[in-house]
Design a protein around this ligand. Structure first.
Ligand SMILES: [Ca+2]
Ligand SMILES: [Ca+2]
Ligand SMILES: [Ca+2]
Ligand SMILES: [Ca+2]
Length: 302
């Protein structure tokens, strides 16, 4: 084995998990408002709004440098965090992708206005012309409810978003428009901008079930997952295969798929069990390791 190949093999065994997950913040963002020509590029917030009289209609724009997005990603997520929410109401948001080479894909946040974005349109019900965006429809939608406090994060994730993100040429920006389809005259909603306390984030990653970075996906990785099962604030090394911060049944399913796909035996699953803390989640856990839980119940019954 050459030194280069040996080094690559060692790197592979060490399993640098961070190379599978990339989280980006915008290189630029801003919000535009109908009948308002203020420059909002340096605002610590971005805003969306949809009014009956159209005057305060607001749409936000985000630009990312996407060159480091893993092309084999399994999931892509876009998230924004509420920074202000008065006269709150239940709201639905639409995340649109600006096509490669489309108008203002490389927008100048300091110059963007409602009149010159190329996409904003007060005559349609969601303030943007859907047909001009990638795929002619929202890549993903997100919701908040009136009770959501400041600090609530809204996450957008869908196959269309994943496709948009992974198909982006590395020479091209990843740019988005965020609008709301909810018409509400008095609501005042802001999300933190790139200049704010909790910036918008675009993440893309491959599932990683080799939690210890050693020897592929093995029973040792299951032990790690079990030891952190139902923990929040978790990282991949704790068993969080899908990078959502929680170790749960979804991560177990991913581990199981990878374990069996890598030649692990079904028989090896027989003796495994996971904590079952509450009835609501036990249905999932039972589905994961039926035999193990059935055995435990039988033992308890005797
Ligand atoms: Ca900004
Ligand atoms: Ca692009
Ligand atoms: Ca491993
Ligand atoms: Ca997880």
């Amino acid at each position: 084995m050459s030194i280069t190949r040996f080094a690559a093999a060692v790197a592979s065994l060490l399993g640098a998990a961070t190379s599978y997950a990339v989280t980006l913040n915008p290189v630029a963002d801003t919000w535009v408002q109908n009948a308002n020509f203020a420059n909002n590029a340096a605002d610590a917030n971005v805003r969306v709004k949809n009014q009956n009289n159209q005057l305060n209609d607001r749409v936000s724009f985000f630009k990312f440098e996407g060159a480091t997005i893993p092309v084999a990603s399994d999931v892509a997520r876009f998230s924004v965090t509420i920074s202000a929410f008065t006269a709150p109401t239940n709201m639905t948001f639409q995340l649109f992708g600006i096509p490669d080479g489309g108008a203002n894909e490389d927008f100048d946040a300091g110059a963007l206005t409602f009149d010159n974005t190329g996409y904003t349109d007060q005559s349609v019900d969601n303030n943007v012309n859907d047909a001009l965006f990638a795929g002619g429809a929202p890549l993903a939608t997100g919701q908040i409810v009136a009770a959501n406090p400041i600090g609530t994060t809204v996450t957008f994730s869908s196959p269309a978003l994943l496709n948009f993100v992974t198909a982006n040429p590395t020479t091209s920006h990843l740019s988005f428009a965020l609008t709301t389809s909810t018409i509400a005259d008095s609501v005042f909603l802001s999300f933190y901008s790139a200049e704010g306390a909790t910036p918008p984030a675009l993440s893309a990653f491959e599932f990683v079930t080799n939690f210890d970075g050693i020897g592929g996906t093995t029973l040792n990785d299951f032990t790690i997952l079990r030891n952190h099962y139902l923990n929040t604030g978790a990282v991949n090394a704790d068993g969080d295969a899908n990078f959502d911060g929680t170790v749960n049944h979804e991560d177990f399913f991913l581990w199981r798929t990878a374990f069996l796909g890598g030649g692990g035996s079904v028989a090896a699953l027989e003796g495994l069990s996971l904590p079952v803390p509450e009835p609501a989640s036990s249905a999932c856990a039972v589905a994961l390791s039926v035999s193990a839980i059935a055995l435990r119940r039988r033992r308890r019954a005797t």
